[in-house]
Design a protein around this ligand. Structure first.
Ligand code: SAH
Length: 448
């Protein structure tokens, strides 16, 4: 931070998509300021100057918005994970809807109906999967999240979006590791082994799985570690370790199960799912039910439809819809997720659901000669591949239900589908990630 910079008195005239206040200095230079709400006046300093815009930080708040609330979390400013926690929850909802509307407008799709966001009744402690990082501190292991765009660890003393039991487990892991002399990996000295952990809690039966990601194995005093964890938190039904350099959710590094089964059981509505360590599963189950209910409403199935569920993960949407459809065909890139999908089809006695491993853009090409009635897509943040959309346009599937976690790529794809002959009927946003800037939507399209 450049502390020689003078303070400026500014007013936030708008919010960026990331929830930063948009301010203009006296000379017209635009500065984006974290934590400043629309209409608020503040003294700020510019902390980063680029050619056409910069970033700033509040020194003192001069006029407060009536929509400002005190963030629940002591780590709010340093962690950065809950970028909207200073905003009243109702205002978070309207901000996210506004964000979709402005993106649509910019794309020339002004006439699309955007419904009010489906809110979460209790918008805290919802995130059932958490990845935490470890670091060796002066008093033992520290655990938490990296500050945005950095490798600075925020050593968590509280967190309001993860379930309380997962937070208890983080504290327990630290205590047991300290007691047994298990250390966090230190990049400078090369000592220690623990890099990070992935914790997942089932909404159905509250069982927990724990994956420890290590720089090198084996985990010291492994048997004792397991014993001490499950003695204190018996909900931990499965523990695994992996030696990994790729800690991302797409990592394919081998996992060794050291306690319990290799999956945990969860449910969305009446449908049960076994979830493996490497499989994607929705992180907010309460809201996933709302999301899938909307998908079912938009799909409006009669029992005669042949459906594609593209980017299907472990088959969640397809299996949710299968009882009301004639046949469901899922496509997913990750092989183990498809294995889970097939297992889940069997578990729920769905004999009309079929799954294929591969890139959606490749698999759909092979299916081009068949007739389908509904296409469900739920791609990752980067949206659908152009080749996938080209195939879809050729297939002339009457109805598309598009689930998206990024309005920018959604609207890019909607423009392509709209130009190719689809009407965009309606968008319903569902608040899957309260307190954060993330926006999830379901869109209904039909062939003109
Ligand atoms: N529909 C699922 C999963 C959605 S997440 C659910 O609701 O739970 C997006 C999924 O797309 C991930 O499982 C990811 O592995 C998969 N994926 C990413 N790129 C893909 C591609 N090119 N083809 C098929 N699947 C892909």
């Amino acid at each position: 931070m450049d502390i020689t910079e003078n303070a400026h008195l500014v007013t936030a005239v708008d919010l960026t998509h990331d929830g930063l206040g948009v301010c203009k200095l006296d000379d017209g230079y635009t500065v984006f300021v974290a934590g400043l709400l629309k209409g608020e006046r503040a003294e700020i300093i510019v902390t980063e100057r680029k050619k056409n815009y910069g970033f700033g930080q509040v020194v003192s708040l001069v006029e407060r918005s009536p929509y400002r609330v005190t963030p629940k979390c002591v780590h709010y400013e340093t962690c950065g994970g809950c970028g909207l926690m200073h905003m009243d929850y109702d205002v978070q909802l309207s901000f996210k809807k506004y964000r979709i509307e402005t993106t649509l407008k910019r794309a020339g799709l002004d006439n699309v109906i955007v419904q009010d966001m489906v809110e979460m009744a209790n918008p805290y402690h919802y995130r059932n999967k958490i990845e935490i990082k470890f670091r060796q501190g002066p008093k033992g292991i520290e655990a938490g999240f990296f500050r945005a765009k950095s490798h600075d660890l925020v050593n968590l003393t509280e967190c309001h979006i993860m379930p309380k039991r997962l937070f208890d487990l983080i504290i327990l892991i630290k205590n047991v590791a300290n007691e047994l002399g298990i250390r966090a990996f230190d990049e400078n000295s090369g000592e220690g082994c623990l890099r990070s952990a992935v914790l997942r809690e089932s909404g159905k039966n509250k069982s927990i799985s724990l994956l420890l990601q290590m720089e090198s194995g084996p985990l010291p005093k492994q048997a004792l570690f397991v014993q001490k964890i499950i003695a204190k938190i018996p909900e931990v039904v499965s523990i695994a370790v992996t030696v990994t350099k790729d800690e991302s959710s797409m990592s394919q590094d081998q996992i060794e199960i050291i306690q319990g089964p290799d999956t945990i059981l969860d449910a969305i509505g009446p449908v049960d799912f076994e979830i493996g360590y490497r499989s994607f599963f929705q992180t907010n189950i309460v809201q996933t039910e709302q999301l899938y209910r909307k998908v079912a409403e938009y799909a409006a199935l009669t029992g005669k439809e042949k459906i594609i569920d593209a980017y299907c993960g472990i088959g969640t949407i397809g299996l949710y819809l299968a009882p009301k459809a004639f046949k469901v065909f899922g496509i997913e890139l990750v092989k183990s997720a498809i294995q889970d999908a097939r297992k889940n089809a069997g578990r729920n006695d769905n004999k009309n659901a079929f799954f294929e491993v591969g890139e959606a853009e490749e698999v759909i090409k092979k299916w081009q000669k068949f007739k389908f009635d509904v296409l469900i897509v739920d791609p990752p943040r980067k949206g659908c591949d152009q080749r996938f959309l080209d195939s879809v346009l050729e297939m002339k599937i009457p109805k598309i239900v598009y689930v998206s976690c990024d309005p920018a790529t959604l609207i890019r794809d909607l423009q392509i589908l709209n130009a190719g002959g689809y009407d965009i009927k309606e968008i319903t946003p569902v608040d899957m990630f309260p307190q954060t800037i993330h926006v999830e939507t379901v869109t209904l399209l039909s062939l003109k």
